[in-house]
Structure formats: structure tokens, C-alpha cells
Design a protein around this ligand. Structure first.
Ligand code: SAM
Length: 350
């Protein structure tokens, strides 16, 4: 490996900060050796922060109805081939009931931006979840809302919010989204969430159309400065009914490389090995953990809707992705030296 590259990696490990150009060098000149050094440091830092414990989140995909038209997304408003559904509050509570029994202590309600889920309905749901399962955390991932709405949901008991920034370059953002969506509004939402007090998660797709190494370097710099409690990154995967149907998917190796960089930069960040990573690579979950990730998010949605939350082609929702197959996931994690734990899995402040 070039000296320059290993110097940068050691500098990142010591100072937790690089210049944008330095992140770009780390990405564009990556070699198997730089990947190996980053992986080794990332696993060491994750173990120092969280031991060999892997946190699980029960993912409930509550609606695939969305008012947005993100060019990459299979549940975009303009996809008329998408078979739409919305879970009822009773169905959501039943999913959580099953999840609790299986050992989940965090429930993630994710969905498209579906106007049916008003603050009032969401507050009722959050309050029901918190009173039925007082030892559990509730995470929301419901897109862009007003600051008042975020505050109302936080006051009702929501603990965490996932909102990927998607790309930290406003020009690139404009190429992935229709004109009515705005980069500055997305970023404002993230600022609001943090200020209100949520454990906040940002993140991006790896290999999205037109993405350059410079864009990825900007994503890393944004994460460094924003200091999220959680960070979700996964490969872009095309969906057959979107504008980007013929675009190549992102790479699992580069995703893992970036996971390692993020872990070395932020030793205590909650970092999932995402479904998208598991979907493009049958060993994606394991590779993600062995690159520094410490969270997995199996699917708790009811069977009959799982195939309908199709964000990209061949999205996994069965096998180890299904919450009901936790024992399979558990043994896959044990095989690489990790333990799935029954724990809320909160962010650990240094
Ligand atoms: N509506 C909420 C939002 O905007 O945050 C949550 C649901 S949204 C479908 C969740 C994430 O799916 C997005 O942030 C995006 O990064 C990811 N996603 C959508 N389409 C994808 C694709 N084709 N490949 C990989 N990830 C994708």
C-alpha cells in the first residue's frame, strides 16, 4: 500500500477527521491492503465500543404509499405498477407483539410519506407501543415532516429517527430527485431532528447514478461534521419500474470499505449491515459486520405485505432477513464470532 494511504488511515483513526480531498484519495486509490487495514481497525473500534454484541431492530414497513417521486425508489408515487398497502394500527401492534416475543427491543416504523399517518395517529401509535412495551425504543423513518411534527412525535415518546441525506452534494441530489424535492429541506430536517433530541440517523446509497468519488468524500465529511448517532448506508440497486432501471448496482466491496471508514471515524456510531447489502451479496450481512457494522434490521412486517415494499429489484424479505428466522441469523452471526442481544441498543456517548 502507498505510504500516503496508510498515513491517511492512521490519521483518521487518531483524529477522526480528514479533509474532503483526503477522503477522496482514500476512496479513489483504495487497494486490497487499504481495505484490510481499515477493516482491522474498524472491527477493533466496534469491539471497543460494543464488544461482540450485535443489536437487532424489528423493521415494520408500515406503508408503501408515498407522495414523493424519488427517481431511484420502487415505491415512488409515479410507479403505477406498485401494489399499494397501508398497515392498520392493530396490525402494527400485532407485529410489535410478535417482535417483542422474539427478543426485539427496538421497533422501527418505516414507510413512504403517506398522509394518512398524521401526527395524531402516529402519536397514538407511539404511545400505545411505549405503554405496551416500556422497555423498548421506537424509531421512526417516515421521511420529511415539519419541525413541529418531529417535536410532537418526540414528545409522544419516539426515541430515534432515520432520514438518509442520500447525497451531501446538492447538484447530485438534484439528479436523483424531482425538482419539487430540495436538498436544503432534507438537510434542515436532519438539523431539526438532532436539535429536538432524537438519536438521529443519516446515510446514503453507494453507487447511485452519477455518484463520483468526490460525492462519496462529501458524504463522509458530512457524516464527520453532523455526527449522527446512526448511519445507514447500502448499495444502490436498480428497480425495474424506475428511471434508473438500467443503471448498474453499487458494489458490496465499496459499501464495506465505506462502512469501515465510518466506523474508524465514529467509533460508537450505530451502523447497520443493511438489507440492500444482504440483497446484492448473499454474505453481505456478515461482510458488513466484519467491516465494522454492529446492527441488523430483520423484517417484522406481516407476510402478506413483505413483497410489496419493493424499493429495488430482488429486495430480501425472507430467510435471515425475516424476524421469524432469528435463529438462522443468530447462528450466522455466531459463526463469525458475534452475539445477537436482546437490548434496546442505544447510542453510546463517549
Ligand atoms: N420515506 C422515508 C424516507 O424518505 O426516508 C423512508 C423510506 S425510504 C424508501 C428508505 C430508503 O430506501 C431511502 O432513504 C433510500 O436510501 C433507500 N432506497 C430507496 N430506493 C433504493 C434503491 N433503489 N436502492 C437502494 N436503496 C434505496
Amino acid at each position: 500500500m502507498e505510504n500516503n494511504l496508510s498515513d491517511l488511515i492512521w490519521k483518521l483513526d487518531e483524529t477522526h477527521s480528514l479533509r474532503v480531498e483526503e477522503y477522496e484519495t482514500l476512496i479513489s486509490r483504495r487497494t486490497p491492503e487499504s481495505a484490510a487495514l481499515l477493516r482491522e481497525l474498524a472491527v477493533r473500534r466496534a469491539r471497543e465500543s460494543y464488544g461482540n454484541r450485535i443489536f437487532i431492530r424489528g423493521l415494520m414497513e408500515i406503508s408503501n404509499i408515498c407522495r414523493n417521486n424519488c427517481l431511484y425508489c420502487g415505491i415512488r408515487r409515479g410507479n403505477y405498477a406498485c401494489d399499494r398497502y397501508r398497515l392498520t394500527p392493530d396490525q402494527i401492534m400485532a407485529c410489535a407483539e410478535e417482535g417483542y416475543r422474539l427478543g426485539f427491543r427496538t421497533f422501527v416504523m418505516q414507510g413512504g410519506e403517506d398522509g394518512w399517518f398524521t401526527d395524531e395517529r402516529l402519536c397514538r401509535l407511539i404511545q400505545s407501543l411505549k405503554s405496551r412495551f416500556p422497555d423498548c425504543a421506537v424509531t421512526l423513518s417516515l421521511g420529511e415532516r415539519s419541525r413541529e411534527s418531529y417535536k410532537t412525535l418526540f414528545d409522544a415518546g419516539a426515541d430515534r429517527y432515520l432520514l438518509r441525506h442520500e447525497t451531501a452534494d446538492s447538484v447530485h441530489y438534484g439528479k436523483l430527485h424531482p425538482p419539487e424535492m430540495s436538498y436544503s429541506h432534507r438537510m434542515k430536517c436532519l438539523e431539526d431532528l438532532h436539535e429536538i433530541g432524537y438519536q438521529t440517523g443519516c446515510g446514503f446509497m453507494v453507487g447511485s447514478p452519477w455518484q463520483t468519488d468526490r460525492n462519496l468524500a462529501m458524504d463522509l465529511k458530512f457524516i464527520e461534521e453532523f455526527s449522527p448517532e446512526m448511519c445507514g448506508i447500502g448499495p444502490f440497486i436498480p428497480h425495474k419500474d424506475t428511471t434508473f432501471r438500467d443503471c448498474p448496482p453499487g458494489s458490496s466491496d465499496l459499501t464495506c470499505y465505506l462502512l469501515s471508514i465510518i466506523r474508524v471515524m465514529k467509533p460508537t456510531v450505530l451502523l447497520p449491515a443493511t438489507t440492500a447489502l444482504g440483497s446484492i451479496d448473499p454474505r453481505g450481512r456478515e461482510k458488513g459486520i466484519l467491516s465494522g457494522a454492529n446492527v441488523v434490521m430483520p423484517n417484522l412486517s406481516p407476510d402478506q405485505v413483505r413483497d410489496k415494499y419493493m424499493l429495488y429489484n430482488n429486495k430480501l424479505s425472507s430467510g435471515p432477513e425475516a424476524a421469524q428466522n432469528l435463529s438462522d441469523l443468530r447462528s450466522r452471526m455466531q459463526a463469525i464470532g458475534y452475539e445477537i442481544v436482546t437490548d434496546r441498543g442505544d447510542f453510546k456517548r463517549l
